[in-house]
Design a protein around this ligand. Structure first.
Ligand code: T6T
Length: 335
């Protein structure tokens, strides 16, 4: 070795220095490239509505803060796997997605679709809705997502039932307008409401209908229920379109005030109705926070190896006529 180095000519020494420097530069640029790789997250919403638009805003703000590129799938025009799945497939077909967060539009139908995406190497968080019974902590055909990030819908349903009982003085017939029987969020609300109503012996849930997330159908179903049973004293609409349809039906029947209306999702339409005293309660979820949490947890998972809790549950806020104009409450309106 010594002999070899002693025999190097000046020219060869220079060559070695230049090659050495080039190697160092290459290593440095490789390291910088790896460190600076921009993560790409995909967000696939459930439907075009103010809830998911607000979620997108929260996700975008966090993505900007963390330097993540957020790719948002086209918002489906209607609810259901037949609308959501083709958009979802096109979204991940790009081939450069590092993580997907999405609201499955069915507890069962989305399992094989999302499993395939997961098995292709894309980690998944389900947001707002979950697969199966939502317990990703025990091994099952649907336990592959990293986490469910969304509201405790059962608890919210119970809270609404309690508030409805208070509005009705603990007695009366109530009707529930729902959307889809195979969607975790809205079924959680229905189950929570049923459980909450049962606590009050004077209260009776006289009917449940499913509008498939179509406001006109919700309005028609609530109108029919009110005609069939004029004793209905309260209606609960479990999401944006079922709630807005329920409000529309009660108003066009001329029953505003006489029939109490509890709603879910703080759209501007419902907030205005509450301000006018035409509805009685709105449960607001935290969609912006949900979107931000998906990006933040996904980022921590991919960059630091952080383990995401299997359930991350943001709170909710209940609007009534007494707090709807409070400056502090305005942040909970979807916009
Ligand atoms: O209520 C939200 C969401 O939580 C639910 O899963 C589907 O409906 C909404 O998007 C409101 O329309």
């Amino acid at each position: 070795m010594e002999v070899w180095s002693n025999t190097l000519t000046k020219e060869n020494k220079m060559k070695r220095i230049v090659i050495g420097l080039l190697c160092v530069c290459l290593l440095l640029s490789f390291a910088a490239g790896v460190g600076a790789k921009t993560l790409k997250f995909a967000f696939m919403p459930g439907i075009a509505d103010p809830f998911y638009f607000t979620m997108e805003k929260g996700a975008k703000a966090m993505a900007e803060e963390l330097g993540v590129e957020l790719i948002v799938g086209e918002f489906p025009k209607a609810w259901g796997p037949e609308y959501q799945v083709p958009i979802l497939k096109a979204l991940v077909a790009r081939g450069d997605i590092d993580l997907l967060f999405t609201a499955p539009t069915s507890t069962e139908a989305l399992i094989p679709v999302l499993k395939e995406i997961h098995d292709s190497g894309i980690p998944i968080i389900t947001v707002d809705t979950y697969l199966g019974d939502g317990d990703y902590s025990k091994s099952s055909k649907y336990s592959f997502p990293l986490s469910y990030i969304g509201t405790d819908n059962f608890l919210g349903g119970q809270v609404v039932a309690g508030a409805m009982a208070v509005l009705l003085g603990g007695e009366g017939k109530v009707f529930l307008e729902n959307t889809n029987p195979d969607v975790s969020s809205v079924i959680g609300r229905e189950n929570g409401f049923r459980a909450g109503i049962e606590i009050f012996p004077g209260m009776e849930l006289v009917g449940v209908e499913y509008c498939l997330d179509l406001q006109e159908t919700a309005a028609a179903q609530v109108s029919a229920a009110l005609q069939k049973d004029p004793d209905i004293a309260g209606v609960f609409g479990v999401n944006v379109f079922s709630a807005q349809g329920a409000y529309q039906a009660v108003a066009s029947a001329g029953l505003v005030g006489a029939v109490k209306i509890a709603t879910w999702d703080a759209t501007l339409t419902l907030i205005e109705a509450l301000r006018k005293g035409e509805i009685d309660l709105i449960l607001a979820q935290m969609p912006a926070e949900m979107g931000a949490l998906c990006v933040e947890w996904g980022y921590k998972h991919l960059t630091e190896g952080a383990e995401i809790p299997k359930k991350v549950i943001p709170g909710f806020f209940v609007f009534t006529k007494d707090n709807v104009n409070d400056p502090d409450a305005q942040q909970y309106i979807y916009q």
